[in-house]
Design a protein around this ligand. Structure first.
Ligand code: ATP
Length: 463
């Protein structure tokens, strides 16, 4: 099935409480979004699924949660102060501010054209640094440059500067990795497309340290296992593809980067333009550990860092060698993953009354609510009481809700639309036979189950 467009998901998100425009009552704040009751559950489930897969189900990854605000020198030596910028141009005809690297080039004259009005009357490009600035302590950065700090634009650097701490305390040997989930901030020039590109977002990153000669193989292995993980979230392989960055596109630290693209824009006529980046896997070489290392006597003269107090090289006791490990970095956005998961799960189906119903076929593991307990008649106190009791019994082992705010058909439809895998209905007969009806979201089939067997049955199906 082809995915719906982003607008469909925006409308479902707002209608049902997945994602709301941020600061809405004050007119909003460009491309900022708040995650509502269902959105926060879905995002947490994606993060938990990733953490389980990346950290618990492997033997070679440790977790970390580093600061959002670090010493400014981190960003000086990482290269972000100098190079983390987009080339900006202004259109002299319509005043749009644009990223030069995203504009179409007219092959006839090699000139960039404004994506807003088609004009070629553009200013010369200026580099615009994407890091958000802030100040630490009571002094303002204008008075005191030592107070200047940045909100991190990626979680990765927090991992590199903790390489030695984790290595020493966990007594690891190469190869091993460090995983982190956290917010990142980029003052994007052209944010948009809902939660696809925002100025505040969340990343799930692994920095995997290995011997230089192993890096190409390890890179490929991560690529293969990410394909598996993404498809395990329920995203169809026909909506995924790889993109190998060209030499010109590679970041200065990267030897090879492969992006995994998702079909975020299926409505676009040009097939090429339907795809955009879901995540990237880079071979960052030994760049990061080198640049953060104190090594005034650096033998190969590659980089001298007079500010760091540590050498982040690695000593291999088996070969008696000291070297800087290579780093393979799979980096993915929580928000883009959530968007892809919702797009891929979205289905419209016509029921036997000819009404179109939305079904969000989320993997049970990701569904914000696992089971809804519904009384068939809310004016019958015994039925209500029994339904509430069943909900209470289920809630320690699964996210359960009780709902009596409509007729049963409407209640089922509401749960289908938010991806709840199971509905449990308590009816008049339940009072007699201590059994309930379990309805399946995907097949709409119903079966009678005794209340005593309910929890084990649901737990088994949810797992
Ligand atoms: P793009 O080319 O789309 O700007 P990028 O290549 O700069 O992305 P990376 O620096 O590789 O992105 O960041 C890793 C991941 O973080 C991306 O694949 C994406 O999932 C997520 N990400 C990056 N920037 C944003 C953003 N502004 N909003 C939401 N997610 C983002």
């Amino acid at each position: 099935m082809s995915a719906p467009n982003i607008e469909t998901i925006v409308s479902l998100s707002k209608r049902r409480g997945f994602v709301f425009p941020a600061s809405d009552i004050y007119g909003g704040l460009g491309s900022s979004w708040d995650y509502g009751p269902l959105g926060v559950e879905l995002a947490n489930n994606i993060k938990n699924s990733w953490w389980r897969w990346a950290v618990y189900e492997r033997d070679d990854i440790e977790g970390l949660d580093s600061s959002i605000i670090q010493n400014r020198l981190v960003w000086k030596y990482s290269g972000h102060e100098d190079t983390f910028s987009d080339p900006l141009v202004d259109c002299r005809d319509c005043n749009a501010r644009l990223r030069l690297d995203k504009l179409e080039i007219d092959p006839a004259d090699g000139k960039a054209t404004c994506s807003n009005c088609g004009s070629k009357n553009l200013t010369d490009p200026k580099d615009f640094n994407l890091m958000f600035r802030t100040t630490v302590g009571a002094a303002s950065a204008d008075d005191d440059p030592t107070a200047l700090a940045y909100l991190r634009p990626e979680t990765a650097q927090g991992i590199f500067i903790n390489f030695k701490n984790v290595l020493d305390t966990s007594r690891r040997k190469l190869p091993f990795g460090i995983a982190q989930i956290g917010k990142a901030f980029r003052n994007e020039v052209t944010p948009g497309n809902f939660i696809f590109r925002t100025r505040e977002f969340e990343q799930m990153e692994i920095e995997y340290f290995c011997r230089p000669e192993d890096a190409p193989r390890v890179h490929q292995e991560w690529l293969d296992s990410y394909d598996q993980w993404i498809q395990g979230l329920g995203i169809s392989s026909s909506n995924l593809k790889h993109y190998e960055q060209t030499k010109e596109e590679l970041a200065h630290y990267s030897e090879r980067t492969v992006d995994i693209l998702y079909r975020f824009f299926p409505e676009r006529e040009d097939e090429e333009k339907q795809w955009d980046e879901l995540m990237g896997i880079a071979n960052r070489t030994d760049y990061d550990l080198r640049v953060h290392s104190k090594k005034p006597e650096d033998a190969d003269g590659k980089r001298i860092n007079p500010d760091s107090t540590e050498d982040l090289s690695y000593f291999d006791p088996q070969t008696n060698e000291r070297f800087y490990p290579y780093i393979i970095e799979p980096s993915t956005g929580v928000n883009r993953t959530l968007l892809a998961v919702m797009m891929d799960a979205y289905e419209e189906r016509t029921n036997d009354k000819g009404e179109v119903r939305v079904i969000l076929r989320l993997k049970p593991e990701l569904a914000p609510i696992k089971v809804a307990v519904l009384p068939l008649a809310k004016n019958k106190p015994e039925i209500v009481e029994m339904a509430r009791k069943i909900k209470k019994e289920l809630q320690p082992s699964m996210r359960a809700v009780y709902d009596d705010t409509g007729g049963i058909g409407k209640l089922y439809a509401r749960q289908d639309e938010i991806g709840t895998p199971f509905c449990v209905t308590v009816d008049h007969e339940s009072l007699e036979d201590n059994a309930v009806t379990v309805r399946d979201r995907d097949t709409w089939e119903q079966e009678r189950v005794s209340v005593d067997a309910l929890r084990p049955l649901l737990s088994e199906r949810l797992n």
